[in-house]
Design a protein around this ligand. Structure first.
Ligand SMILES: Cc1cc2nc3c(=O)[nH]c(=O)nc-3n(C[C@H](O)[C@H](O)[C@H](O)COP(=O)(O)O)c2cc1C
Length: 182
């Protein structure tokens, strides 16, 4: 791969392989610090992030709120970071803002040897009730986090998923120069 691209951008992936080694509070502080520095429209920083660790009573409920296909691998994650915005109509770029914030956390995690995997597959009502998120807020995504594990210890299907090459569709024609000519 191109060595001139920031390694964390190239190496980050939506991992299904987490070890049982714990993430320290200092490491979580670093993830938070990196996340704080994300850009946001008018610097409103309209996000709230709730960290649920395996040690918390609500961990199991959050896990059960995930789609069945996500539970299969997310059960090994040590932390679920729940990214939430309010329904404040004055912050019209809040979905974009919180996306930047999540990307910062994922890249910092990669830098620190922490695997991550964003999820959009869960029941909003169940996630909210699991951790007491007020109704006027909106769960945008959940990030599974855990120290990188050993793919050889995964069950066969997950091992294949973890080890397969990441793909991007280079025929998708997402980028153009000078004018709208797709
Ligand atoms: C908003 C969002 C929601 C996603 N939801 C899920 C999900 O529910 N389950 C899952 O396994 N992956 C989910 N993903 C991960 C994507 O499938 C993944 O980012 C994509 O396939 C590219 O792979 P990569 O992240 O390894 O580069 C989600 C990603 C994003 C950004």
């Amino acid at each position: 791969m191109n060595k001139r691209i920031i390694p964390e951008i190239l190496n980050r992936k939506s991992s299904v392989c987490f070890s049982s080694e714990s993430i320290s509070l200092e490491e979580i502080d670093l993830l938070i610090e990196a996340t704080k520095w994300a850009p946001s429209s008018r610097n409103m920083q309209p996000w709230k992030v709730i960290f649920i660790s395996k040690k918390d009573d609500s961990y199991e409920n959050v896990l059960m709120a995930l789609s069945d296909s996500n539970q299969v691998w997310a059960k090994d994650a040590e932390i679920f970071a729940i990214f939430v915005i309010s329904d404040d109509k004055n912050i019209n770029k809040k979905f974009l803002d919180i996306g930047f914030c999540g990307q910062n956390m994922m890249l910092q995690a990669e830098y620190m040897g922490i695997a991550s995997h964003p999820m959009g597959g869960w029941s909003e009502d169940l996630v909210k009730s699991s951790v007491g998120i007020p109704n006027e807020n909106h769960v945008v995504f959940i990030l599974a986090l855990g120290k990188k594990g050993n793919p050889n210890q995964l069950e066969p299907e997950l091992k294949i998923r973890e080890c397969k090459d990441r793909m991007r569709d280079n025929n998708k024609n997402n980028f153009n120069f000078s004018s709208w000519d797709f």
